[in-house]
Write a protein that binds this ligand. Structure first.
Ligand code: ATP
Length: 258
């Protein structure tokens, strides 16, 4: 019993037998089916699956934007019913307020929560520095590159100090070079500011570079096909024999679900 309580305490997210079916003009569209998922404290969990398999729907349900059709979804032991600032979200194209500076965007959540100006700017500055945007506090989104805008989105999400970060293909819209750079940066940020992260990608290198654990999903409707615990030392070497062997194995598992 004691053992069970300990394990439960460490599970930040617990999804049991979750299904989601959208009702469309063409009929019922099952997108997630009997999904079991757990994310543990400070873990970097990657959901890896083919395009359109239901990854965003899973993130939206954990965030509280969508309701599951069946099953149980818990965050820190409580059923998820609505969005909450203790769960931060970063999307592929982060919607920043175009009329606000980097500082304005990053401190926005704290401002809404009524945190006094000096305190919220101090906290925002910490996260602006952490994502490598020192000197760009007064820049507007239009003056920043795509990678820099994603950094602002990450700083904004971190600034609310959420217990859980949900990242839905946050680097999917970036060019390959910037994407590599951002993966390295995120790995560094996560080491400095340990949080539970659930990160969605359909890029196997990204998954292997970042994950403590990878859940390989089936094609739509999504469920967990296979789980991989990734014990490779960090930062990971993308061309080590172990990395390449895992890359080959996981890619073949993914392909077998198509
Ligand atoms: N609100 C909705 N109503 C109806 N169908 C939906 C809705 N949201 C998503 N879908 C469908 O669910 C399926 C899975 O979509 P979802 O965006 O969750 O997948 P994904 O794996 O995140 O896709 P991608 O790899 O393109 O980001 C798609 O067929 C999509 O059209």
């Amino acid at each position: 019993m004691e053992q069970e309580r300990k394990i439960n305490h460490n599970n930040i997210v617990e999804c049991k037998n979750v299904s989601k079916t959208f009702i469309t003009p063409e009929g019922e569209h099952p997108v997630v089916q009997n999904l079991d998922l757990e994310a543990r404290e400070n873990e970097f969990l990657v959901l890896f699956g083919p395009g359109q398999c239901g990854k965003t729907t899973i993130i939206n349900m954990i965030a509280g934007f969508e309701k599951a059709t069946a099953g149980s979804m818990k965050f820190m032991g409580k059923e998820i019913t609505k969005p909450d600032s203790s769960r931060g979200v970063v999307f592929q194209s982060t919607a920043l307020f175009p009329w606000m500076t980097t500082m304005g965007n990053v401190e926005y959540g704290l401002k809404m929560a009524g945190v006094p100006k000096a305190e919220r700017q101090k906290r925002a500055q910490k996260y602006i520095d952490l994502v490598g945007l020192s000197g760009f506090e007064k820049s507007f989104p239009v003056q920043l590159s795509g990678g820099m805008r994603q950094r602002v989105g990450i700083a904004r999400a971190y600034c609310n100090e959420p217990k859980l970060m949900l990242m839905d293909e946050p680097f999917g819209a970036l060019d390959a070079q910037t994407r590599y750079l951002m993966q390295e940066e995120l790995q560094r940020i996560w080491e400095a500011e340990k949080r539970t992260v659930i990160f969605v990608t359909n890029n196997i290198e990204e998954a292997l570079y970042l994950a403590d654990r990878i859940l390989v999903l089936t094609n739509c409707p999504a469920t967990v096909k296979r789980e991989y615990k990734i014990d490779l030392p960090r930062p990971r070497n993308l061309v080590s024999p172990e990395f390449l062997a895992l890359r080959k194995e996981i890619t073949s598992i993914l392909d077998s679900t198509l």
